[in-house]
Design a protein around this ligand. Structure first.
Ligand code: ZN
Length: 504
């Protein structure tokens, strides 16, 4: 080995230890959200905070800084897209960011997040905002402190948005959302002024075991690899990863709401297929994860909505679903079922929202994050502000906080700021990537009607998944689709699909 190769090897060894600690911590988090009894919470919070602190300390070690300095000439001698140069570049970016946040603060943040999450799991069903208000005030305080480790921002949310969606800031997201809102609101108005679609077929009784079995078969067929993954039950479904060989998804089942389990499984499987598709040589290293929240969400939304709620997909899958639930569905036509799973309505819960109104839920949360961080809105006034804004945007008033400010885990198990814009970026990008895949392979819709998803999966793996974090989100968008982020394909997609469904 030459001298730089030796140094690179030493860097990789150190980074792998950091990656291992973080993945062990993810395992504790998965256990907490699936099987751990409530009594485990205090110790789990402490243990998780310890691991997070150890990982942070190992990562900001001066020896890593020295290796990155020593490796600069080697990096500069390589092409930008070489794996070695990319590893050094991406590690340096994360290292410089991590140096700014003291390990003690990370530990405090993680310990608080674990405690706050646990109390939310009880306060949410109990519809008791007062129980989490103090935690949320501390979360806001910690979120502001975190942003202040990155002085020189234009808006206090900018550093927090940048963690999740590198290269974006409050002003750029605001401008994008304003552009989208202008296009979206007339579509929502045109649809919701019509009689609502009948989705009562989804609210018959669908036994849990059959729902779990069917949705597992579906995600397997899409390409989720069960040799490197599994599905367990939780409160609020998520994807998590302990290595590239162990990428798990979680789910929940409502026996009187057929869509909840299936579409959430397709969603999480979309996230998981992204991670399972990453180049194995990036295992445990800073390149070995999805590149941004928005690009990650583009994959969950692509599989959940563009594929999973398409007519072609159900031409293939519906007879199989009827066979699984003959009593419930034998007399229900494909057209009725297709209209039911694509019902557009102004509803209370973000995760249950249809494709068309979903982004309005995100915009509301994004605006609140900015106001909370700015100090123009207090936690005390948040539930009331939620009710008012919801009525403005949706014309309905949430009956309580459970279906209002308590519904999403994000602020209760993490930080306030940067938590939500990725969902709408993901919706926009899902259409942009799908359009690019169709341009390369016009046969994809016909293959879907026969239950074949390999061409689409292969295009995504080749153009997005395998690269992990080697390229930034703006780079991967440009490389995969040939243009920067644009709302045009998403608007085209919505107008075509819902134009046909609602005769717009
Ligand atoms: Zn998601």
């Amino acid at each position: 080995m030459t001298k730089p190769e030796k140094k690179l090897q030493e860097l990789k060894t150190r980074l792998l230890e950091v990656g291992d600690l973080n993945h062990i911590n993810a395992l504790l988090g998965w256990d907490q959200a699936t099987y751990m009894p409530p009594g485990g919470a205090p110790a789990r919070g402490r243990q998780s905070a310890l691991l997070a602190r150890m990982a942070q300390e190992k990562f900001v070690d001066k020896k890593i800084g020295k290796l990155l300095d020593d490796l600069r000439p080697y990096e500069e001698s390589l092409p930008y897209d070489s794996d070695d140069a990319s590893l050094i570049r991406v590690t340096r970016r994360e290292y410089e960011r991590a140096l700014k946040v003291p390990p003690k603060f990370i530990g405090e943040l993680n310990e608080h997040a674990a405690k706050s999450y646990q109390e939310w799991t009880e306060a949410h069903p109990a519809n008791d905002f007062s129980r989490v208000r103090g935690n949320l005030e501390k979360t806001l305080d910690l979120s502001r402190q975190l942003a202040d480790f990155f002085p020189g921002y234009e808006h206090i949310a900018d550093p927090l948005i940048d963690f999740a969606d590198y290269g974006m800031k409050a002003s750029s997201v605001r401008a994008l959302f304003a552009e989208l809102r202008e296009q979206l609101v007339p579509i929502v108005r045109a649809i919701t002024s019509q009689p609502p679609a009948d989705n009562s077929v989804l609210h018959k009784h669908y036994p849990e075991a059959n729902q779990l079995a069917f949705s597992a078969e579906v995600v397997k067929q899409l390409g989720y690899d069960f040799n490197r993954g599994r599905i367990d039950k939780t409160h609020h479904p998520f994807m998590t990863k302990f290595s590239l060989g162990d990428v798990r998804i979680t789910t929940r089942v409502k026996e009187n709401d057929f869509g909840d389990c299936l579409f959430s499984n397709m969603h999480e499987a979309g996230h998981a297929m992204y991670e399972q598709g990453i180049d194995m040589s990036y295992e445990g290293l800073p390149l070995g994860g999805g590149t941004s929240a928005g690009v990650h969400e583009s994959q969950s939304r692509l599989w959940e909505n563009i594929v999973g709620r398409s007519r072609g997909f159900w031409e293939y899958m519906y007879p199989k679903l009827q066979a699984k639930f003959p009593e419930q569905l034998k007399d229900v036509s494909l057209d009725t079922f297709y209209a039911a799973i694509n019902k557009v309505e102004k509803s209370l819960i973000r995760t249950d929202a249809d494709e068309v109104t979903y982004n309005l839920h995100v915009m509301l949360r994004f605006d609140f994050e900015l106001q909370l961080l700015e100090g123009t809105l207090s936690i005390r006034d948040l539930p009331e502000a939620w009710h008012e804004r919801f009525e403005q945007d949706f014309g309905i008033v949430p009956p309580d906080d459970r279906d209002g400010v308590l519904q999403d885990v994000h602020w209760y198990g993490g930080i306030i700021g940067g938590a939500f814009q990725g969902y709408t970026l993901g919706n926009i990008l899902s259409a942009q990537f799908y359009e690019a895949a169709l341009k390369a392979h016009p046969s994809i819709p016909d293959e879907m009607k026969e239950g074949r998803f390999g061409t689409l999966h292969g295009w995504l793996r080749e153009n997005i998944y395998r690269h992990g974090s080697k390229y930034t989100a703006p780079e991967i968008i440009e490389r995969a689709s040939g243009s920067p982020l644009t709302i045009a394909p998403y608007i085209r997609y919505l107008k075509t699909k819902y134009g046909a469904l609602y005769a717009l």
